[in-house]
Ligand binder design. Structure first.
Ligand code: ROI
Length: 159
């Protein structure tokens, strides 16, 4: 069994509901079950500012699936949320990023793990730190230290 971490984000069509539904769907991925799940966090968009604020969270997933099969399953869930791949860094109904897959480093065209932007994204680090601040991001550093380094732009925790 592998422990993986998935970043969830949405800024369209009732983002909180999108994330809560996605949580159930993650638990239904074959050969996998949902572990811990962070609170929901709201943050201003990174990238183009002419879009709504985002709601983000992180889920821990225990899985026997190979990384690419897990990626396929995540993309199936995105598609079921009518995810439309529009402009780069534009708004989206549901974004599921495979952040960490055990301590593996994967560098394929389709999949880069750890997620390349992780160290610059407080909206990922903050929910990840809520689950486990001592987690190591291979080749990058410890989650808690990475969060301290970009705290200035911290996301706000929702109720
Ligand atoms: N900005 C925030 N705050 N949260 C996201 O999940 C997010 N996702 C993205 C881009 C457009 C980079 N900006 C984001 O894909």
């Amino acid at each position: 069994m592998i422990t993986a971490y998935v970043g969830l984000g949405s800024n369209l069509d009732h983002p909180e509901e999108q994330l809560l539904r996605a949580m159930d769907e993650l638990d239904c991925i074959p050969e996998s079950w949902l572990g811990r799940f962070s609170s929901l966090y709201v943050s201003a968009p990174m990238g183009p500012q002419n879009q709504p604020d985002y709601v983000n969270a992180v889920a821990e997933l225990h899985t026997a699936l190979p990384a690419l099969a897990l990626l396929d399953a995540l993309q199936d869930i995105e598609n079921a949320h009518h995810r439309v791949r529009g402009e780069r860094w534009g708004p989206r109904t549901l974004d599921l990023d495979l952040l960490l897959y055990s301590q593996e480093v994967i560098d394929l065209e389709r999949l880069k793990v750890p997620h390349p932007g992780i160290a610059q994204r407080p909206f990922v680090l903050q929910p990840l730190a809520e689950i486990d601040g001592d987690l190591q991001v291979p080749g990058v550093g410890r989650v808690r230290d990475l969060l301290d380094a970009c705290k200035a732009q911290a996301a706000r925790r929702m109720q």
